[in-house]
Design a protein around this ligand. Structure first.
Ligand code: ADP
Length: 222
């Protein structure tokens, strides 16, 4: 997937400023940046949700995982997953509910699930929804630490099955260093750094890859 000379303006605000980026197939790219850097706008551009200058190639079908699960309240966990599949694919639902640890709760409605369980359903749905590119917008940001660890690991496990192309927006350097092959830093709508992260995701939650310190320093530069 490839972005060429993408610029997005909201009135006077330049949210993305002439961004060109190649996203390698089968790799997880983290997009880091302070609030307002243009991260969500980048995902929305890739998803084809906002008009913009420049081109996006190779993102015909995208799946989007948000910070909040956005489940339909009147459908069960299973029902929310059925919604994104054709009837002949419903056989995929039980295996993924098993993997995310919710097979016993498949008939439960969102208000009968904990926040972490709801996000597990959303993760399952994001992987099930047919896509070329999986977009993740801070899906672990509002979780407590142990839940963050387990959902990062779960995402890594599901990713390893098909090795899809992922764009993972986060402001958390540790999350990027655990899950991504590469980190792109955005500042004021421009890409300012592009760092490979060694090793395979998902990495040990308690480790601090060498790249993490580099990324923290880069992120804090003016
Ligand atoms: P990030 O996700 O890195 O926090 P955003 O992509 O949300 O950054 O925002 C980038 C810039 O674009 C910010 O200055 C923000 O205020 C502006 N922006 C984003 N969405 C809109 C919108 N719908 N209308 C006007 N300005 C927006």
């Amino acid at each position: 997937m490839k972005l060429s000379s993408v610029t997005k303006k909201y009135g006077e605000t330049v949210a993305l400023d002439n961004v060109s980026l190649d996203f390698e197939t089968g790799k997880i790219t983290a997009v880091l940046g302070e609030s307002g850097a243009g991260k969500t706008t980048l995902l929305n551009v890739i998803a084809g949700m906002v008009p913009h200058e420049g081109t996006v190639d190779g993102a015909e079908r995208v799946s989007y995982l948000f910070q909040s699960p956005k489940l339909l309240p009147n459908l069960s966990a299973e029902g929310n997953l059925k919604l994104v599949l054709k009837k002949e694919e419903w056989g995929k639902i039980d295996p993924i509910l098993q993997k995310v640890g919710l097979i016993g709760k498949k008939k439960a409605f969102p208000n009968e699930l904990s926040g972490g369980e709801r996000q597990r359903v959303a993760i399952a749905r994001a992987f099930l929804f047919p896509h070329d590119v999986l977009l993740m917008d801070e899906p672990f940001s509002s979780l407590d630490l142990s839940l963050k660890k387990s959902l990062l690991e779960l995402t890594g496990t599901l990713w390893r099955e098909k090795r899809e192309t992922v764009v993972f927006v986060t402001h958390d350097v540790h999350e990027a260093a655990l899950l991504a092959h590469r980190a792109v830093l955005l500042r004021k709508g421009k890409t300012v750094d592009d760092i490979p992260i060694s090793g395979e995701p998902v990495r040990d939650f308690f480790a601090r890859p060498a790249e993490e310190e580099t990324l923290v320093r880069l992120l804090m530069q003016e």
